[in-house]
Write a protein that binds this ligand. Structure first.
Ligand code: GAL
Length: 678
């Protein structure tokens, strides 16, 4: 991965601000109004062309560049840079008509009909050919265009078509398997095919894990998830390769979906990008959706190796794909935006610029709403643009984290396959619970893969790593050996890369590091809590843990209220090399996790970004010329936070060393360098 976001922000002279611009939905006279309003709102970057394939290539072999030519010229003439999308996410009707067998097929064998977007099989050669042809033509046409500042490859790879079970996918899967295993015996061994008489004698006997009579083979399913993510990655690499060859001067990104997309291993995609960008939409069902936002921002920064990243899409107000699409409260969009900025975004873009009149997303909010410019949304959009201009000095500064939180798509996939001890233990719930405990303490963490370089972190938290490869297990071991402080959540280190139980007692890969043996896993029924001896509670899961070299920090309460593991260890700590390794054998409540996090951080010497009242989030960005403290008030009360000698930026008031953070508002201060932080 190269890091080329600075090329973009240098060109823009600060924070990128804008959104998806879909002029194909509007007549020409609206384009002129669009650019006028973009300038009014301080928009400097727009993503163009995401869904324009049918306009650009109305027929096979026929290109019509008139719209893009005119729009790019108009934008450039008005000083607005273009993030040009390869429009490969929505093949036009003619493509499907020509290649009906390139449509994706579900696990039950249904071939999906044309009529939406991403209606293609990622492994189908006809799609690859058509997409490559289109990308080559587009890149060649605009290679030297002065508006072109960034390439936006595809759109949200795999959002709707990650898993295809057609015959083309089956053939590609076999090729992928041959490359991975070389010989069939190795595959049979990895998948445990002697179970239920599934031994393969010929590669051609292997199919995708389509719907079948009973449980599917977990090794096969896990590899199919890997293959499917890799098939998309191969398409991404193909497009990126063409773009790099034709326009080496232009950096490349693709909008990843972070935790919102289980089927795509975003870590792998991020490694191929020049600029890491993500989309984030608030989960409406979650009253603490801003914690999900923070988690995804920290994941984006983790994927960018701690460097700044780009928020490619979020919404000004309601989305249109949740059961009830609540509008954002006044001020909420600003709060969301500045939280992304606080956590390292150097660009804030929306889906989309102008709210559609027609089509599937006309009820999705936008920067220019149906109500036009006499609207709350427009006022907030243009005010945010003006505010970002005053915060330009923050661009390029970094968030420094002493803590890493480990997140892994492969372990997520494996944990949630069929026939596990509990269908109620989810990777994301674990990650979210542990992340929330850090968030409530104002402890900033990078969310990274378990194979990442951990040496610079004082503490590492692994909420759940059910699947742990040998290499990743060694990485954790080495980290602690060299003095790191690690905390591992329940049901971790259990299986190898093929979902095979590690021999000996659980948790196989971590037994020595944690200094424990798990005698038995004891999942809890929904609603069945277990009490811990300090009076806090835990849910979902318990284990009968036998400490080996570890000491017990906290036990399940004695008696029936302690649940099935009553009286046994719930949290342990082992001294290993120069560091410590803790184990948490259940899913503690936020209060109990808070205690664990405080204790761990005290031991590791990790300090919060700032001391704030509950519900006021604090994050710091630091650069060679200054550090910036962001304070986000999620409560209904105004708050004050001690900031020492600091200057309020934008509308922030600082009086007598206290920053005022209005209820629902955000304060940004530039800190005096002579004062210690935190
Ligand atoms: C994203 C997608 C956009 C738009 C948006 C609506 O997932 O990339 O094209 O559909 O969601 O929330």
């Amino acid at each position: 991965m190269t890091h080329r976001l600075t090329e973009l922000t240098a060109r823009l002279g600060g924070i990128a601000y804008g959104g998806d611009y879909n002029p194909e939905q509007w007549p020409r006279d609206v384009w002129r109004e669009d650019v006028r309003l973009m300038r009014e709102a301080g928009v400097g970057l727009v993503t163009v062309g995401v869904f324009s394939w049918s306009r650009i290539q109305p027929k096979p072999g026929t290109y019509d560049w008139s719209m893009l030519d005119e729009v790019l010229a108009l934008l450039h003439g008005n000083g607005i840079a273009v993030d040009l999308a390869t429009p490969t996410a929505a093949p036009p009707p003619w493509f499907t008509r020509r290649h009906p067998d390139a449509r994706p097929v579900t696990a039950s064998g249904t071939r999906l009909a044309h009529g939406s977007r991403q209606c293609f099989c990622p492994s189908h050669p006809a799609y690859a050919q058509a997409a490559d042809e289109l990308v080559t033509a587009l890149a060649t046409r605009y290679a030297e265009h002065p508006a072109l500042a960034l390439w936006h490859v595809h759109n949200e790879w795999g959002n709707h078509n990650a898993l295809c079970y057609c015959d083309a996918s089956a053939a590609a899967f076999r090729t992928w398997l041959v490359a991975r295993y070389r010989d069939l015996d190795a595959l049979n061994e990895a998948w445990g095919t002697d179970f239920w008489s599934q031994r393969y004698g010929d590669w051609e006997e292997i199919d995708p894990p389509r719907d079948t009579t009973a449980f599917r083979n977990p090794g096969q399913e896990l590899d199919y998830l890997r293959f499917s993510s890799d098939a998309l990655l191969e398409r991404h690499r193909a497009e990126a390769g063409l773009l790099r060859r034709i326009t080496p001067r232009v950096p490349i990104t693709t909008n990843l979906m972070g935790t919102l997309e289980k089927k795509v291993d975003a870590h792998a995609f991020a490694r191929t990008c020049d600029v890491v960008s993500v989309d984030h939409y608030l989960p409406a069902h979650d009253p603490d959706g801003h914690i999900d936002l923070a988690l995804n921002a920290d994941l984006a920064r983790g994927m960018a190796g701690g460097r700044p990243w780009l928020l490619m899409e979020h919404s000004t107000s309601a989305v249109n794909w949740q059961p009830v699409n609540t509008a954002k409260q006044p001020g909420e969009m600003r709060r969301n935006s500045l939280t992304h900025l606080a956590r390292g975004a150097d660009g804030l873009l929306f889906f989309q610029w102008r709210q559609s009149r027609a089509g599937a997303e006309k009820w999705h909010s936008a920067m220019v709403p149906h109500a036009g410019t006499r609207s709350r949304i427009w006022r907030e959009v243009s005010a945010l643009g003006a505010e970002l201009a005053t915060l330009a000095e923050v661009t390029g500064t970094r968030v420094h984290s002493d803590v890493a939180l480990l997140f892994d798509w492969h372990s997520w996939w494996a944990l949630e396959l069929q026939a596990r001890p509990s269908a109620h233990l989810h990777h994301l719930d674990q990650v979210r619970d542990w992340y929330e405990a850090l968030w409530r303490e104002n402890i900033t963490c990078d969310v990274v893969a378990p194979g990442a370089d951990l040496s610079r972190y004082r503490a590492v938290l692994a909420p759940n790593l059910y699947l742990l490869t040998d290499a990743d297990a060694e990485n954790l071991d080495r980290y602690v050996e060299h003095g790191g402080h690690l905390a591992v959540g329940c049901f971790s280190g259990v299986v190898d890369a093929h979902d095979r139980i590690r021999p000996g007692a659980h948790p196989g890969a971590l037994r020595e590091l944690l200094g424990i043996r798990v005698d038995e896993y004891l999942p809890l029924r929904p609603g069945q809590d277990a009490r811990l001896e300090d009076g806090t509670t835990a849910r979902r899961w318990a284990e009968r843990v036998e400490p080996d070299t570890a000491t017990t920090l906290l036990r399940f309460a004695d008696g029936p209220q302690g649940g099935p593991a009553r009286g046994g260890p719930a949290m342990t700590r082992n001294l290993h090399g120069r560091g410590t390794a803790r184990y948490v054998a259940t899913c503690p409540s936020t209060a109990a996790l808070g205690g664990m996090v405080r204790d761990l951080c005290a031991q590791a010497g990790v300090r919060p970004a700032a001391a704030t009242p509950p519900g006021v989030e604090a994050v710091r960005r630091e650069g060679p010329d200054g550090s910036y403290l962001f304070l986000v008030n999620h409560t209904a009360e105004d708050a004050t936070v001690p900031v020492g000698h600091a200057t309020g930026l934008a509308a922030t008031a600082v009086r007598d060393g206290l920053a005022l953070v209005p209820c629902g508002g955000v304060a940004v201060v530039r800190e005096d360098r002579s004062e210690p932080h935190g």
